[in-house]
Design a protein around this ligand. Structure first.
Ligand code: NAI
Length: 325
């Protein structure tokens, strides 16, 4: 028998939440026998819109949905939360400086870290989605000292899924037949979508992809800039694919996954990434909320330059965030 799982989503009235809620409430993420209580957090000006989302959730009449709380108070939203999806963040406005955006978000993740620290389940599983997600996760962990660092992650599964999909499309296999890709580093344009060990139907994909030159000049930039391309085409940022990736991230993390996936997690010094940043690594999810960073991968010269660029960016972002605290 399953107890009720309390799932909190911040930015509850936003685009990603709108695509994520049906996945969670229908049982697609946590299983079709897992009752769910939802906590939706947004800011006061968004509460009316949030109320509309609550109406629609009722109208879906999801059998697993045992309760919905909509609020602008983090202490209410995070109370006894078992899972928290942190998509609530300050959007970049035209002409806004990066530092200004970082400052707004540092304050949000500071407040949310404090509240999670005080009222969430000590075993809460957190995925930070709001950008800059790796650094927001770092700030959150700083202000939530009682929550184990391993329980705090940031989303790079969308980048991972984009890479799997590009390999599948370009080698003519189905996504199920692709394995061995990984995202290293920051969820930003410096991320390294690593295809050097990718396989398509068990065969090394690099030659089928056109070799290193094509991968470096076409495929890696395509993935790094995919978010901007969707934004330009749609006029809104990726929300459906982001929500789908959040579902995948949580399912792999909580239930385990036979394939290696990518998650930004607190570095433990693996691959010379100094502890203290949230860095995307290939991870093995063994089930029950446990995961390990895959060890022993040989990063060749081709990969190393990408990994150091994204590492440097993350450390600079960390310094900037800490200076704002
Ligand atoms: P959105 O703008 O539609 O929704 C954001 C929501 O957050 C709004 O309803 C806003 O009122 C709310 N919000 C703002 N401050 C808040 C606070 N202090 N507490 C609670 N809620 C607050 O944006 P969307 O499309 O849902 O994206 C959310 C975030 O996810 C953005 O930062 C976006 O850049 C990021 N993102 C990250 C991805 C990743 O792979 N890591 C992929 C796609 C988006």
């Amino acid at each position: 028998p399953h107890g009720t799982l309390t799932v909190c989503i911040t930015g509850g009235a936003g685009q990603i939440s709108y695509s994520l809620l049906p996945l969670i409430a229908s049982g697609e993420v946590f299983g079709h026998e897992q009752p769910i209580e939802l906590r939706l957090l947004d800011i006061k000006p968004a509460l009316e819109a949030l109320n509309g989302v609550v109406m629609e959730l009722h109208d879906c009449s999801f059998p697993l949905l045992r309760g919905i709380v909509a609020t602008d108070d983090p202490m209410v939203a995070f109370r006894h939360a078992d899972v928290a999806v942190l998509a609530g963040s300050f959007p970049r406005r035209p002409g806004m400086e990066r530092r200004e955006l970082l400052a707004k978000n540092v304050n949000i993740f500071k407040a949310h870290g404090h509240a999670l620290d005080q009222v969430a389940s000590k075993n809460v599983k957190i995925v930070v989605v709001g950008n800059p997600s790796n650094t927001n996760a770092l700030v959150l962990s700083h202000f939530a000292p009682s929550i184990p660092k391993g329980n705090i992650t940031a989303l790079t599964r969308l980048d991972h899924n984009r890479t799997v999909s590009q390999v599948a499309l370009r080698t003519g296999v189905s996504v199920n037949d692709v394995d061995g890709v990984a995202i290293w580093g920051n969820h930003s344009a410096t991320q390294y979508p690593d295809m050097t060990r990718a396989t398509a139907k068990g065969e090394l994909a690099m030659p089928m992809l056109g070799g290193r030159k094509v991968v470096a000049e076409e495929i890696i930039p395509c993935i790094q800039k995919r978010g901007a391309a969707v934004l330009k085409a749609r006029g809104f940022s990726s929300a459906m694919s982001a929500a789908n990736a959040i579902g995948d991230h949580l399912r792999s993390w909580l239930m385990g996954d036979s394939k290696i996936v990518s998650m930004a997690v607190a570095s433990d010094g693996s691959y010379h990434v100094k502890a203290g940043v949230y860095f995307s690594f290939p991870v093995r999810c063994v089930g029950g909320g446990e995961y390990e960073i895959v060890q022993g991968i040989e990063l060749g010269e081709f990969s190393r330059k990408y990994v150091s660029a994204t590492t440097e960016e993350l450390f600079a972002e960390r310094e900037e965030a800490l200076s704002l605290l």
